[in-house]
Design a protein around this ligand. Structure first.
Ligand code: C2E
Ligand code: MG
Ligand code: MG
Length: 555
């Protein structure tokens, strides 16, 4: 059959032009791109088998891509070509004529080889591009998109005017260190990978999940997907041992942002998400927070608090309130906790509103020293006035951990007022990191050496409680009110409570319960052999003159 050179040249041109637009090695558009050329060259089928390595080829474990197929082909008379890709995979291309058709002429053979070489060059270029994309836009460890991709795609959606349809969230794992401890790091990493891949699979290809780093991820999804996204991120069970059916529940902290249509940069979205996530994780300690007007107001208040703090300390707007601690055997006042109240423009601001803000900026350290100093000043005055004095506990934020002069600073204040050390107790909460724990150890031991007692505040609410009391020489455990059963609570909570108390007793650590509000609870405390209590049933935190009246009744 005569070979039409002109027709061939046109078909080749058109093939090249169409292939330029194709971005993937396997793409249905390739059939269309090849059509003209395959007709001229009487090709029925173009396909490729690919294998990860030679061993896989022997076993026939591989995949097949058909790029072009038209009519019946004759696989015995084809041209095959083997090629190793940059990633070390084996590709075997096959080009076949029609069943029953004439053999290819010498010229046709040559042209088919040219066609194949051009096609291979295109595939090589596309694969190269994909490698570059993978290195630039993919997280190597989990093989998913990264932050650079999030920025690129989001900016593209913004430029197309479509961003108003989307919501976004940033999330990280809650208590992932606990999962690490429970099932080991390697399995925990696999759980993490599975959790995000499963999440990704729930979304459509207009949506995406990208890794920011570590256990930090960011997602862009349609507003209509919000419910399923929130449901998934709240907590999802992930199987890590198929055989034994073992699983862990992965939960997250998440910051959400319902993106407005006029949003003009991906960076802006990332900033809003960061703020919302921080609010959820560090301030509200909740599963999630939305970046919204309320949150912005919170931030404004936070900034205002930060800016006003030095002035407020100077003007002594912070007052020490004393909440009595009661011995249940005789209902005597045996101690007090110093709690902070901020009197601002005639209004009292509760610690819950400003302490989280101050903790974020480390300004809390100034306030804690201020409180300690005022407590010492009060005790000094009571002693000078000949009053009976009880031990007062002062809260120290864990933000202090890492301050190597902490012990000296505490002693300097106590000794400045010549307060006997037995009248001061320092309340500390559980710490998160190993470094903090090391510092906590040396602080608690140092205070003990100096005759200043220490208590674990909110005992039981953290995750390292048991280690914490085993390893450190505490004087007192303060059982958090969330462990104190109330009328409606079940038997289990009572059992846990009793065991917590007896644990403290067996370890010869003094035990006090916070948040005692009714007689039933007092009965339970006594039955459990716990005779120290603090709570609204006896007194709310009292202003200093009211507390002094209580002191006057002692003795
Ligand atoms: P905390 O140290 O665990 O203090 C106990 C909290 O429980 C106090 O809240 C107290 O008023 C409250 N409470 C006491 N009895 C009852 C009760 O029967 N029922 C209920 N529902 N609550 C009760 P407050 O004063 O609002 O303080 C909250 C937290 O703020 C404190 O928890 C402490 O962590 C922090 N805080 C207060 N003052 C300071 C301070 O000077 N420095 C630092 N670092 N933190 C402080
Ligand atoms: Mg406390
Ligand atoms: Mg407490």
């Amino acid at each position: 059959m005569a070979f039409d050179v002109k027709e061939y040249a046109q078909a080749l041109d058109s093939f090249i032009i169409q292939m330029e637009k194709i971005q993937d090695v396997i793409n249905p558009d390739i059939q269309g791109a090849m059509e003209g050329l395959c007709q001229v060259l009487r090709i029925a089928k173009v396909e490729a088998d690919f294998y990860e390595n030679l061993g896989y080829e022997e076993q026939k474990w591989g995949g097949r891509a058909v790029f072009y197929h038209e009519g019946e082909c004759d696989t015995d008379r084809g041209i095959t070509y083997r090629e190793w890709t940059e990633e070390g995979n084996l590709m075997q291309y096959g080009i076949y004529p029609y069943q029953g058709g004439e053999d290819w002429s010498e010229t046709e053979h040559q042209k088919i080889e040219v066609f194949l070489k051009i096609f291979l060059a295109f595939n090589g270029r596309i694969r190269m591009q994909q490698v570059v994309e993978r290195l630039t836009f993919r997280d190597q460890e989990l093989g998913m998109y990264n932050m650079a991709w999030f920025m690129k795609k989001t900016n593209l959606i913004i430029s197309q005017g479509e961003i108003g349809k989307y919501a976004s969230c940033q999330f990280n794992m809650r208590h992932f260190s606990v999962i690490n401890q429970r099932i080991g790091r390697e399995r925990a990493s696999r759980v993490l990978g599975k959790f995000v891949r499963q999440f990704q699979a729930m979304l459509s290809n207009q949506e995406m999940v990208c890794r920011v780093g570590g256990d930090n991820f960011i997602a862009l999804f349609l507003k209509s997907s919000l419910n399923i996204v929130m449901e998934y991120l709240k907590g999802t069970s992930i199987v890590y041992d198929e055989k034994e059916g073992k699983h862990v529940c992965v939960k997250t902290h998440a910051g959400y942002y319902m993106i407005p249509a006029n949003c003009d940069s991906a960076a802006n979205i990332v900033e809003c998400l960061g703020t919302a996530l921080n609010m959820a994780r560090n301030v509200r300690k909740s599963e999630y927070a939305f970046f919204d007007a309320e949150l912005m107001q919170g931030i404004r208040v936070g900034k205002m608090i930060e800016a006003n703090l030095p002035d407020a300390l100077e003007k002594e707007e912070f007052h020490v309130y004393y909440q009595p601690k009661i011995q249940l055997k005789n209902y005597h006042l045996v101690g007090a906790e110093a709690l902070c109240r901020w009197f601002q423009n005639g209004k009292v601001v509760a610690p819950g509103e400003f302490i989280p803000v101050l903790e974020k900026s480390k300004l809390i350290c100034m306030l804690d020293f201020y409180m300690l100093e005022h407590v010492c000043r009060d005790i000094r005055r009571w002693l000078d006035e000949g009053k009976e004095v009880v031990t007062v506990s002062v809260n120290l934020s864990r933000v202090h951990m890492g301050d190597m002069d902490l012990l000296d600073n505490i002693l300097a204040i106590v000794d400045k007022y010549q307060v006997p050390h037995k009248y001061i107790e320092i309340e500390l909460t559980e710490t998160g990191t190993d470094v903090e724990l090391e510092h906590l150890k040396s602080l608690v031991s140092g205070l003990r050496r100096e005759g200043i007692s220490t208590s674990v505040d909110d005992f039981g609410t953290g995750y390292s409680s048991m280690n914490l009391i085993r390893e450190l020489p505490w004087n007192v455990i303060k059982i958090d009110k969330s462990f104190l059963p109330d009328k409606s609570d079940d038997r289990l909570k009572r059992v846990m409570f009793r065991h917590l108390v007896s644990l403290a007793q067996d370890m010869e650590i003094e035990c006090i319960v916070e948040g005692v509000e009714n007689v039933e609870q007092i009965k339970l405390l006594k039955e459990s052999n716990c005779f120290l209590a603090q709570g609204f049933y006896f007194d709310r935190p009292l202003a200093v003159n009211d507390f002094e009246k209580k002191l006057a009744q002692i003795g």
